[in-house]
Design a protein around this ligand. Structure first.
Ligand code: NDP
Length: 482
């Protein structure tokens, strides 16, 4: 069994507690590695190391910081196959998805911010003939970075890269459910020659390792991606300490399909938008709203396409749907399908575990992609985030009803709108309460654009300039020019 270690001050070390947690492979339900069960002592060590490295790293020229981060990107790309297999095993996602999306994006995150800092500019304001103001942007210090299990390396590096690029040092806490690729990243950082303490990775549970990181007085900035309830807990701790806070939280994203679409062309994309990574992407569309003229035909065609998805061993390159990340996630999904039945929903496909899994996967956390119709918009299944392979489909009669339904939850992370009518696309896009709106596409990401949610989907934005701003403190210098 492989033993994962913390990465503190440039070294791989065990947790103070000497305890470890079992890391389970979702496809088999068996533990295959151990993770350090870290606590506030490990977090304290990591913060001290990050503080110790801060001054030198902050003063390192941007071009050198950039080279360091580009080296890490190169090594991620070199190790693409190893990392993709590790992520698939750790998370249950199809290896093809990890290879095509997660790992390339992790390298791209480093490349993007490593080069962005080379082109950064600051503002100057001339106050008539009396003064020149210019804005310095100072690194904040030690950044606390907490990420979830669904896109483990992709989301962790989306935080690490801008934090380090802008001259901060960091303590990262990956989800204890999927620690493996973060561990491999720490080995890559050692190989790349990243100075000790610049990045520290502490493994462990949210309460025992995440919470002390959030509460640590020497960590002035917290970037968190995860569930809305956890986000609220973190905000309660961090806000009275006046920490800079970014919260990327849950979603219940609408997919709005108007009657004028070319169904043949968009159907594969709609299936992907609903079920990629078994629906465990915060941006997946989990509520499909379809114009009534197309509704019956849409449901039939969509269900056929969903039933054709290959569910199986995530390590098989042909697999399109792997395992859910954990037993508790599987139980949660099952309970929502039961609830859908109780709430009067019609299960059009799925609704149970697959019966034809390979022997290796019989105890794994699998659930068939599930489509539910006939649910009222205000029922719990249409309101609460399930974060699994369950989508609902509901009809609408007018553009305004589509907008009302799209906006009718507490969340506002993402939406997609499908129509050939350009005027309508822009109108509806601007009326939908979502931080990210895709029109006739899904998950097409330009890393320069602001990313984040409205309403209970979060506070703050990541990506491009937003991330560079989040991790730096603006300081205005006013020079009198008599
Ligand atoms: P959680 O909120 O349970 O956990 C996220 C991270 O926070 C994990 O590392 C977790 O550790 C840690 N954590 C848990 N409790 C605390 C605490 N009290 N203090 C500090 N850290 C803590 O989310 P999940 O991991 O279950 O991820 C799924 C959620 O993430 C979904 O709601 C999804 O929508 C959301 N998400 C949002 C995205 C966005 O960009 N808006 C993107 C991806 C996911 P551990 O796991 O070890 O307990």
């Amino acid at each position: 069994m492989q033993h994962i270690e913390n990465y503190i001050n440039g070294e791989l070390v065990a947790a103070h507690s000497k305890r470890s947690l079992h890391n389970v492979e979702p496809a088999t339900g068996e533990a295959y590695s151990t993770t350090p069960d870290s606590d506030e002592r490990d977090v304290g060590d990591a913060v001290r190391a990050a503080q110790g490295a801060f001054e030198n790293w902050r003063l390192t020229p941007a071009s050198e910081r950039s080279c360091q981060l580009l080296r890490i990107a190169d090594l991620i790309e070199r190790d693409l196959d190893v990392l993709a297999e590790a992520e698939s095993r750790d998370n249950g996602k199809p290896v093809s998805l990890a290879r095509a999306v997660d790992i390339p994006r992790a390298a791209a995150n480093f490349r993007f911010f490593a080069t962005a800092i080379l082109h950064d500019r600051s503002d100057a304001h001339i106050t008539d003939t009396r003064a020149i103001n210019y804005t310095l942007r100072r690194a904040r210090g030690v950044a606390g970075l907490i990420s979830p299990w669904n896109l483990p390396l992709y989301l962790l590096t989306w935080k690490i890269a801008p934090a380090l690029a802008t001259g901060n040092t960091a303590v990262a806490k990956p989800s204890e459910i999927t620690p493996m690729t973060a561990y491999l990243l720490s080995k890559i950082c050692i190989e790349a020659g990243l100075p000790p303490g610049v990045l520290n990775i502490v493994h462990g549970t949210g309460p025992s390792a995440g919470s002390p990181l959030v509460a640590h007085p020497d960590v002035p900035a917290i970037s968190f991606t995860g569930g809305t309830t956890t986000g609220a807990t973190i905000a309660r701790i961090a806000a009275p300490m006046f920490k800079k806070l970014s919260l990327e939280l849950g979603g219940k994203n609408p997919t709005v399909v108007f009657g004028d679409v070319d169904l043949d062309r968009i159907l594969p994309e709609l299936v992907r938008a609903s079920f990629a990574n078994q629906g465990q992407i915060c941006l997946c569309g989990s509520r499909i709203l379809v114009e009534r003229t197309l509704y019956e035909q849409f449901v039939d065609r969509f269900v056929d396409a969903v039933q054709a998805l290959a569910v199986g061993d995530p390590t098989d390159p042909e697999t399109q749907q792997g395992a859910l990340v954990s037993r508790s996630q599987l139980e949660k999904v099952k309970s929502y399908v039961e609830l859908a039945r109780d709430e009067g929903g019609r299960i059009r496909c799925g609704g149970h575990a697959p019966s034809d899994l390979p022997a290796r996967c019989r105890e794994g956390f699998f659930f068939l992609p599930t489509v539910v119709t006939d649910l009222a918009p205000d029922c719990r299944v249409q309101q609460e985030e399930i974060f699994g392979p369950v989508v609902t489909i509901s009809p609408f009669d007018s553009e305004s009803e589509a907008i009302d339904l799209a906006n009718g939850t507490a969340y506002g992370l993402a939406a997609s709108i499908w129509t050939h009518d350009l005027d309508r696309a822009h109108r509806v896009g601007a009326a939908v309460d979502a931080g990210v709106v895709w029109i006739n596409c899904w998950l097409l990401r330009d890393l320069r654009t602001p990313f984040g949610g409205m309403k209970q989907s979060g506070v703050g934005r990541e990506g491009g300039d937003e991330a560079l701003r989040f991790f730096t403190e603006p300081q205005n210098i006013c020079v009198h020019t008599p």
